[in-house]
Design a protein around this ligand. Structure first.
Ligand code: G6P
Length: 612
């Protein structure tokens, strides 16, 4: 989704801005642009397509300005085109703006401005912003150094929706203003220079010191200073946060694609997510202090998220139910937020978000807070918006995930959720201690089992080569094998554009079996010994109807017409998705490569969905 970069300092801004945009490419976009301050005038360059198209524009090298803003756009209002790409300027070319988010009332604001004589050249919602700032600036008769700030403040009070905005102005050519509401924005502090971005990795090679903006804060940046204001333009102080990630961890590191690199990073991501949590007699999780009395009274736990993060919730539900004996409901954030869920102060709501910036998940969290529930966020990004909203936050330590299709974030989330369930279970004492003890040791063995799973991938590659031209596939499983099938099916759709469906094996006879015919591909996961016989019967039902079956299993099964058996190490069925998902990730990856697709940046998708 849209990305923002900004620079104010003494160096030429354009290379820094373009470099930042390249690092944001993974978020998904369709056009790119920059604006720099050149001899007291705003110079704008933008183009449809990749950042490379921007880079190729004549004159881009001649930009020498040391202040600039830049943007990659993912179209929401108005098709992808040069006119609709950002930055947008007001009619007098005095204010240039880049914007992430959606201005919901832009029609109304546009009509107001048109009545005042303003003209519009794009179909975007964003174009109202520079014009509205210009309008308020011109209305203001006080000529002091807060005049632009006031114009920005007045503009923001008119805007409904979400925004992260950078503003460049000829009226204040050595400064830049930024503001955010419900859309991420960070300031990177340098020496005699400052950076801005919607996403930490874009500017991580320049600084590790960040200010994380909160909603409705307005920031005025100069080369040597960063001033923060609240909505009433009262100056406020903010602390710097140092980020541990290094810039290298956001590079491909010899791998052909980020996705492949991230698949192979899973053993490390899981080791780091486990950290020292299981080192002592009882589990300790930093920043969590749930008492037995509180846990005992919980009437329900909601796990709410989107996409892969929601699948991580589904895969972990079994553990919570089994060892905590608390009813769990896993919900899609965009559904949860609008369906008036039954929540009270005895409900615990857990929100999972790799980025911590997914608009629907944040809104779902805010809703639960208004109903008095306790909220707990699980994120991969320290200081992300969701963690600043939640009552409690805990982190996966997967490192930056760049590929749009999530891999290491998923497995890290499932691990962390299982550890959280054990942390609750130890306090609740509703199951025998040995159940928890065994699960702990199974979790500690996961990283080396993932390494084993990743050792030989040839079988998966060969099977992918056989089936990559197909149009439909099916994923089957029972229990946690069903939960992981949903994720396998999503991966396939996301990066190979093959239609696929995941079904609980027992549901096969209730409809989907009608679609099984000669040559159809089925991915069947069977890791639970107790359910093995039933699962094998289901596989036979599709084999007899001519399906090509790829079986993912930790058990010794006969091949009985199965095309390929992928053997993975045995583990506790509660955490088997962490192993069984790996062949599925690789399967989708190889199919995508075989089809010659862009694995890391699949069409129409965005890494971080910061609008509804
Ligand atoms: C997008 C991404 C998915 C991700 C989902 C939730 O759809 O393409 O990979 O699972 O958002 O993202 P989050 O950052 O909230 O985990």
């Amino acid at each position: 989704m849209c990305g923002i970069v900004g620079y104010i300092g003494n160096k030429k801004a354009s290379p820094i801005l373009i470099n930042g945009l390249l690092r944001l490419e993974y978020r998904g976009y369709d056009s790119a642009g920059i604006a720099t301050m050149e001899n007291d005038k705003i110079k704008l360059m933008k183009n449809k397509g990749r950042v490379n198209n921007l880079y190729k524009l004549d004159g881009i090298d001649s930009l020498v300005g040391t202040i600039g803003i830049a943007h990659t756009r993912w179209a929401t209002h108005g098709k992808p085109s040069k006119e609709n790409s950002h930055p947008h300027v007001d009619n007098s070319n005095s204010f240039a703006v880049v914007h992430n988010g959606i201005i919901e009332n832009y029609h109304e604001l546009k009509n107001f401005l048109v009545e005042k004589g303003y003209k519009f050249v794009s179909a975007t919602d964003t174009e109202v912003i520079p014009n509205l700032i210009h309008y308020y600036f011109m209305q203001d008769k006080i000529d002091d150094n807060k005049k632009i700030l006031r114009a920005v403040k007045n503009t923001c009070s008119d805007l409904k929706g979400s925004y992260a905005i950078e503003i460049l102005s000829v009226y204040n050519k050595d400064k830049m203003i930024v503001v955010r509401k419900d859309s991420p924005l960070v300031i990177g502090k340098g020496n005699g220079e400052n950076y801005i971005s919607s996403d930490i990795p874009a500017i991580l090679s320049y600084t590790k010191d960040f200010y994380l903006l909160d909603d409705n804060e307005i920031v005025e940046l100069s080369r040597n200073d960063v001033k923060f204001y609240n909505q009433d333009l009262k100056e406020i102080q903010k602390a710097i946060k140092s980020i541990e990630w290094n810039a290298l961890s956001a590079e491909k590191d010899g791998y052909e694609d980020f996705m492949l690199k991230e698949i192979y990073e899973q053993p490390r991501a899981i080791r780091e997510t486990i950290g020292a949590k299981l080192d002592n007699g009882t589990i300790e999780i930093e920043d969590l202090d749930f008492s037995k009395d509180y846990l005992k009274d919980i009437n329900k736990i909601y796990i709410v998220a989107c996409g892969t993060a929601m699948h991580a919730g589904l895969a972990s539900k079994y553990t919570f139910e089994k060892i905590c004996k608390i009813p769990i409901e896993v919900d899609i954030a965009s559904e949860f937020r609008y369906r008036d869920p039954l929540i009270d102060e005895k409900t615990l709501c857990i929100y999972i978000s790799q980025s911590g910036e997914t608009a629907d998940t944040i809104a779902a969290l805010k809703l639960a807070k208004t109903k008095g529930a306790k909220t707990l966020a699980i994120s991969n990004v320290i200081g992300s918006s969701i963690t600043r909203e939640a009552d409690y936050s805990i982190y996966t330590h997967a490192g930056p995930e760049i590929a749009v299709a999530s891999t290491k974030a998923y497995t890290s989330q499932v691990v962390l959720l299982n550890i959280l369930a054990m942390y609750f279970a130890e306090k609740l004492e509703r199951v025998e201690k040995d159940i928890i003890k065994n699960l702990k040791s199974d979790i500690l063995n996961l990283p080396s089992k993932i390494e084993e799973t990743l050792k030989d991938t040839n079988q998966i590659y060969e099977f992918a080569k056989k089936v990559y031209k197909e149009k439909d596939m099916f994923f089957l499983g029972r229990g946690t094998d069903y939960a992981v099938s949903l994720e396998g099916s999503l991966k396939l759709k996301e990066i190979s554009y093959i239609h696929s469906e995941a079904y609980a094996s027992g549901e096969l006879k209730h409809g989907p079996i009608a679609l099984i015919e000669n040559g159809v591909t089925v991915i069947a996961t069977m890791t639970n010994k107790k359910l093995l016989e039933k699962s094998i019967s289901n596989v036979q039902e599709v084999v007899t109807r001519g399906a090509k079956v790829l079986a993912v299993t930790s058990e010794d099964i006969k091949n009985d017409g199965i095309s390929e058996i992928i053997k993975i190490p045995k583990t506790n069925p509660l955490i088997s998705p962490i192993l069984s998902v790996i062949p599925m990730q690789l399967f989708s990856y190889y199919i995508s490569k075989e089809k010659g697709l862009d694995v890391d940046k699949p069409r129409n998708l965005a890494k971080s969905v910061t609008v509804e």
